[in-house]
Design a protein around this ligand. Structure first.
Ligand code: AMP
Length: 301
């Protein structure tokens, strides 16, 4: 697997494949790869002829300097894991390559970015995400780009962006990969102390409690959110937001008449975590998503 630092090198490396009509898949990441990222690469490998993984800790999407400064950086380890999962090219540009002197353009998706993460982190966060994703899509020009449901709002915003700007790419959403006790995998989990790691279970337990309430026939959003909140009490974790929203508009819904997204964010110590689950009114549609096994095998090797 080759590592490329510049857009020029990247385009030159992709040119022969593109000319030969081979399909190109892109997995954008900020590194510190875990099984969640690897599941995206494994999926891309199974669907595309050539798989590009990008690794760029995008300063524009961090609203807290401390979060950016302590974001884990481990490129050598990431390179090994990405290669094992089936990536062909690692695109790891410098900050100057992505944002050269004089850079002054941004891409903004309005409305959807005001809610949930946007409401807490401010408009600069999603502006940073949508600008860098637009740049990566233009740099790689993939046929398919892969994103995780772990960041469900991000996928919804990117689908809107791609549709609004007529970007010729298919967006694939991959299920959230979890630790065996349910905690959603995240690069930020590395910051949790042993005590915080236990308390971090509050997020998954909240989502699971709401799912169990739906299975018992509960469809009122207030009741589902109450069940979720109650499940968090023993962990001494307060949600920053806990909302049942439409997966199309991200507006809150008062009843689970259609499938809806239950989204949560919470701070556990200094670490901010997010998670979500799609709830279906017809309980038979609520799938138990097993972890993709191939990604697990790579990380535990
Ligand atoms: P990040 O490096 O955090 O920007 O994440 C890169 C991509 O991996 C995003 O599309 C995330 O949604 C996805 N991702 C992160 N964690 C998980 C997870 N636990 N399961 C599935 N996808 C994930």
């Amino acid at each position: 697997m080759r590592t490329l630092r510049t857009v020029g090198e990247l385009r030159a490396a992709l040119e022969p494949a593109r000319r030969a009509g081979r399909t190109i898949g892109l997995v954008p990441t900020m590194g510190a790869l875990h099984e969640g990222h690897l599941s995206l690469i494994v999926r891309a490998r199974s669907q595309c002829d050539l798989v590009v993984v990008s690794l760029f800790v995008n300063p524009a999407q961090f609203n807290e300097h401390a979060d950016l400064d302590r974001y884990p950086r481990q490129e050598d380890r990431d390179r090994g894991l990405a290669a094992q999962a089936g990536a062909d090219l690692l695109f790891a540009p410098t900050r100057e390559e992505v944002y050269p002197a004089g850079f002054s353009t941004s891409v903004e998706v309005l409305g959807l970015t005001d809610r949930l993460e946007g409401a807490v982190r401010g408009s600069a966060h999603f502006r940073g995400v949508t600008t860098v994703v637009t740049k990566l899509l233009n740099m790689v020009a993939p046929d398919i780009a892969y994103f995780g449901q772990k960041d469900a709002q991000q996928v919804i915003v990117i689908r809107r962006l791609v549709e609004d700007l007529n970007v010729a790419v298919r967006i694939e959403e991959c299920p959230t990969v979890r630790e065996s006790d349910g905690l959603a995998m995240s690069s930020r989990n590395a910051h949790l102390s042993p005590d915080e790691r236990t308390r971090a279970l509050a997020l998954h337990r909240a989502l699971a409690a709401a799912g169990a309430a739906v299975s018992d026939g509960e469809l009122s959003a207030d009741a589902l959110i109450r069940a979720a909140r109650d499940a968090m009490t023993p962990f001494d974790v307060e949600p920053e937001y806990l909302a049942l929203v439409s997966p199309d508009t991200l507006e809150t819904v008062s009843r689970l008449d259609e499938p809806a997204l239950l989204a949560i964010a919470a701070r556990v110590g200094a670490t901010r975590l997010i998670d979500n689950v799609t709830l279906y009114p017809d309980v038979r549609s609520n799938p138990q998503q097993p972890n993709p096994r191939e990604a697990q095998a790579i990380c535990s090797a």
